[in-house]
Design a protein around this ligand. Structure first.
Ligand code: TYD
Length: 130
């Protein structure tokens, strides 16, 4: 799949004086069912995460707190996204190389995934991915 399928999804936001609420339903607000949730936190300044692609996995990446950048690469084109809103998610379709950097201190990166963890779904070698 190409990078054109990857985009920022605006999530529902119920704003009230007592605070905001955002929700995500699988196959409704995002184009896949959610089978796994994981999050990155306590990421040291200057650290990079990612550095791999997935064969079949779809993901939604959200900056729950703070900010960071996600660089997507489909082998032909690269795009950098800056995530800093908890009501926006970056949809990443299968077969996209991703790198995460520029983490602000205290940032939390939550990822919703279409499947459980399977190492066999990873390309960890860029040449092999290409
Ligand atoms: P990895 O996917 O390389 O992290 P990131 O892309 O965010 O930098 O995973 C780091 C380690 O955690 C690796 O040993 C695999 C393990 N892991 C799991 O066991 N389950 C999971 O759901 C994830 C995402 C990673």
């Amino acid at each position: 799949m190409s990078i054109e399928h990857c985009k920022i999804i605006e999530l529902p936001k119920i704003a009230e004086p007592r605070g905001n609420l955002t929700f995500i339903e699988g196959n409704n607000h995002i184009p896949f069912d959610i089978r796994r949730v994981y999050y990155l936190y306590d990421v040291p300044g200057g650290s990079e995460r990612g550095g791999h692609a997935h064969k079949a996995l779809s993901q939604l990446i959200i900056a729950m707190s703070g900010s960071f950048d996600v660089v997507l690469d489909d082998g032909g084109e690269k795009k950098r996204f800056h995530l800093n809103r908890s009501y926006q998610g970056l949809y990443v379709c299968p077969m996209i190389w991703r790198e995460l950097d520029n983490f602000s201190s205290g940032s939390v990166c939550m990822v919703l995934a279409s499947n459980i963890y399977e190492e066999s779904d990873y390309y960890r070698d860029y040449e092999e991915f290409m």
